[in-house]
Write a protein that binds this ligand. Structure first.
Ligand code: PMP
Length: 286
């Protein structure tokens, strides 16, 4: 069944939503995006996603005058029109169509191109990855150095994920100067004893909205957190590992570069944190 999608102020069947071949997002990857999870038909961590969107737009000097209230209304209408209960809403804002391929700022008043659509993910809450945990390989981090901005330039992320799949694994961890930065589309954590270790925020990683929610949960429960970089060798000796993202919540990791962690099953703490995160996400969903 065809979805109803949003394009520049209009709600259209997906086949009718057309973007120009001159769009800066298409020719230059000059665009930012967000993915907000939908649980029970409601949007989770919505304010966090909109705050990060505003920051990404500001950092790239893309002008978009849609207000937070309007973003919420668009999201809600798409969720309702498409009857989405479990999945996500993808949102993208590009610098727009300057009428030609051109590196300069588009003429003043060129509107951004705004696209939103829903994606169903029926196995977000269960499925084999949750049951068995995921296996990761490491690859060098060959991305640009403003990973804190959520741009659509996902070439290295997708090549790395495809390399992992070709190797019979699930995902890739990026390594820079000997330390893990993050996963291809998630933030990474290792567990040693009762301590959860994760890389601190900087321009080296995306400031995950799920990471922020989890850190709050951990702080409220007075759990031990160490924000510091870690190596692949340290991860391989950890008791547990997991990653976080809006569409995967807290996902247990059971293997790093061929080395099995613990007994090879999702760790106890990782599973517990997944449950708590989902519970809290449900509570704050709007
Ligand atoms: N890092 C990267 C590189 C990502 O692509 C994502 C997912 N968008 C994340 C981290 C996790 O961010 P969030 O929790 O906001 O989905």
């Amino acid at each position: 069944m065809s979805r109803i999608v949003y394009l520049n102020g209009e709600y259209l069947p997906e086949e009718e939503a057309k973007v120009s071949i001159f769009d800066r997002g298409f020719v230059m990857g000059d665009a930012v995006y967000e993915v907000t999870c939908v649980l029970d038909g409601k949007l989770t961590d919505f304010d966090g996603h909109m705050a990060r969107l505003a920051r990404s737009l500001r950092e790239l000097q893309i002008t978009c005058d849609i207000t937070p209230e309007e973003w919420l209304a668009i999201h809600r209408r798409l969720v309702a029109e498409n009857g989405l209960t479990l999945g996500g809403v993808y949102l993208q804002v590009s610098r727009g169509n300057a009428g030609d391929r051109d590196f300069h700022f588009p003429p003043a008043g060129t509107p951004p191109t705004v696209v939103l659509y829903t994606q169903e993910q029926p196995h977000m809450l269960d499925g084999p990855k949750v049951e068995k945990g995921v296996k990761v390989i490491s690859v060098p981090d060959l991305r640009w150095h403003r990973r804190d901005i959520k741009t659509v330039q996902l070439l290295w992320a997708s090549l790395s994920k495809m390399a992992a799949e070709a190797a019979g694994k699930d995902d890739a961890w990026f390594v820079e100067d000997g330390f893990v930065t993050e996963g291809s589309s998630n933030n990474c954590y290792i567990v040693k004893g009762d301590t959860i270790i994760t890389r601190p925020l900087s321009n080296d990683i995306l400031h995950g909205i799920t990471r922020a929610a989890l850190m709050k949960i951990l702080a409220e429960r007075q759990m031990k957190i160490e924000e510091r970089p870690f190596t692949i060798a340290e991860a391989q000796q950890a008791d547990e590992a997991f990653y976080t993202s809006a569409s995967a919540f807290v996902m247990p990791i059971v293997e790093v570069d061929g080395v099995v962690l613990g007994d090879g099953k999702p760790g106890k703490l990782s599973k517990r944190l997944r449950e708590i995160y989902i519970e809290e996400a449900r509570k704050n969903a709007i």
